[in-house]
Design a protein. Structure first.
Length: 314
């Protein structure tokens, strides 16, 4: 029972705790649609993971076809080929097969590859080496160097980032989405027993669970994550009403975008826009999402993001 609840937790946020995916069904992208010799992609994911949602938002916005393999959060047999046991994992073939780990590394490496064809994808990925670090609690974790950098030459950098501040801003808010925004999801979607049950009802329907697994995960997982969310609230020094932290973070983002830009990237989203959107949309269909829309200034920007991604996917 504990393993099943834990498996559900891994399905919904990895190290960040549980979260909810967007309400809409994913459009499956087939790698077979790609022209011969071009980039072929397969995304191993938990549909309800915010980091996976970030990668999908990036791939969809750039119109990159990809196959999806939904991973069972308990057995994880779909990724038994990998020593890296988290999702997302992206298998990319640009002439030779390659495995990319970590959502921000995936996004930075593929974006670099799209902009600059000077280097092979394999060489680009080598610019993001994994490094083992130890947390304050003595836990060994794997991190990736340079993961918010695009590996471009001077000419390419000036074309993508006309002024230095543009690049600095994008990197700052990509990191903010990973280090702060994502940690507000679980405490908000599991804030009350009712919200926790509604969240797990959606998780089970959209995830890859067996019948008995799903039934058990729905009720045991909801209870477990209600209490876990309280620990997460304490760990991240959130207020008693965690909605206030969510509202403040979202309005901070809107303020950073400003009134003069459609997106932080200007007329089109940049990687920070896609990261923030990918994290926030996992709450769609839940009370936390509706409250966020009603009590913050995020809605105009969010709707623009939805529209531009739907356009590029069409």
């Amino acid at each position: 029972g504990g393993r099943l609840a834990l498996g559900a937790a891994f399905a919904l946020g990895g190290g960040a705790g549980l979260c909810l995916a967007a309400r809409q069904r994913l459009r499956e992208h087939s790698a077979a649609e790609l022209p011969a010799g071009s980039l072929q992609l397969t995304l191993y994911q938990y549909k309800t993971c915010p980091f996976c949602s970030k990668v999908r938002a990036f791939l969809d916005y750039h119109g990159l076809p990809y196959e999806i393999v939904e991973v069972n959060p308990i057995m994880r047999k779909e990724i038994k080929f990998s020593s890296y046991r988290k999702v997302p994992i992206l298998l990319a073939n640009a002439g030779s097969p390659l495995q990319l780990n970590d959502s921000s590394v995936i996004i930075s490496a593929i974006k670099t590859y799209l902009i600059s064809r000077r280097n092979s994808l394999e060489e680009i990925v080598s610019f993001y080496p994994p490094v083992k670090t130890v947390t304050e609690k003595g836990k060994e974790v794997m991190e990736y160097e340079n993961k918010y950098w695009l590996m471009l030459d001077e000419k390419e950098t000036k074309r993508v980032y006309p002024v230095k501040e543009v690049r600095v801003e994008e990197m700052k808010w990509r990191k903010w989405a990973d280090d702060w925004l994502v940690h507000l999801i679980s405490p908000n979607v599991y804030r009350t027993p009712k919200e926790a049950l509604a969240s797990f009802d959606y998780i089970v329907r959209e995830g890859k669970f067996g019948t008995l697994e799903g039934l058990f995960a729905k009720y045991v997982g909801a209870v477990a994550m209600f209490f876990v969310s309280k620990r997460l609230k304490k760990r991240h020094n959130l207020r008693d009403d965690v909605r206030e932290d969510l509202y403040e973070a979202v309005n901070e983002w809107v303020k950073a975008v400003g009134k003069q830009r459609l997106f932080m990237g200007g007329n089109q989203p940049n990687l920070a826009d896609l990261a923030v959107y990918g994290v926030l949309r996992v709450m769609e269909g839940l009370e936390a999402f509706d409250d966020m829309m009603a009590h913050t200034k995020i809605q105009p920007w969010y709707q623009r993001m939805e529209e531009v991604i739907q356009t590029t996917r069409a």
